[in-house]
Ligand binder design. Structure first.
Ligand SMILES: Cc1cc2nc3c(=O)[nH]c(=O)nc-3n(C[C@H](O)[C@H](O)[C@H](O)COP(=O)(O)O)c2cc1C
Length: 167
């Protein structure tokens, strides 16, 4: 498992290969296994394969142009009426990260395109999908077979670790 975590990287170039349905289901199962504050499970997932919708997302979200080459994207949303206090973003972030890790483990490349907490982007995406008022767009994860051979970044930095006291 640790290897998969270290292998994950943002992939923005894809081959033409589709995502297998069984892999998609695994990825969504992983998403729904993410923890939520007070176990509200306030997240939901909109699977988007339609090319025309991909174009509309790219038009609404400046940093999601890789979607035009990808077979699939998942819009992660949270239900404000179900979420505990202000924990909706944390719950949806945990689900988003699980999607990235599950995709990596099944041999796909993926990238987290942030929607929350950019007000303009949130409005555009929520309008595009005609989301009810209580359903908040959190992220768009773009997924496809990777055409990027670069190595993952090495994030290891001992200076980020402190023991017992902040000094
Ligand atoms: C909250 C958040 C929002 C992000 N939004 C975007 C985005 O809109 N477009 C994009 O290409 N990458 C986006 N990324 C990916 C980051 O750019 C990427 O994780 C970072 O550069 C580190 O690279 P790595 O994922 O390969 O380790 C986002 C990541 C996070 C956590």
């Amino acid at each position: 498992m640790m290897d998969i975590l270290l292998e994950r990287k943002s992939v923005r170039k894809y081959t033409n290969e589709d995502i297998k349905q069984c892999d998609l289901e695994y990825i969504l199962r992983a998403a729904m296994s993410a923890p939520t504050a007070k176990n509200t499970r306030c997240y939901s997932f909109l699977v988007i394969k339609d090319k025309e919708t991909h174009k509309k997302i790219a038009a609404a979200h400046q940093f999601s142009q890789m979607i035009l080459q990808a077979p699939l994207a998942i819009l992660v949303v949270g239900d404000q009426e179900k979420a505990y206090k202000n924990y909706l973003p944390q719950d949806c972030a945990a689900a988003t990260q699980n999607i990235l890790i599950a995709a990596t483990s099944r041999g796909y490349g993926s990238v987290w395109c942030g929607v929350y907490s950019d007000e303009e982007r949130s409005k555009a995406i929520e309008k595009l999908f005609d989301l009810p008022k209580n359903i908040k767009a959190f992220s768009i994860v773009v997924i496809g077979k990777s055409a990027d051979n670069s190595h993952p970044k090495n994030g290891w930095d001992p200076e980020k670790i402190k023991y017992e006291v902040w000094k």
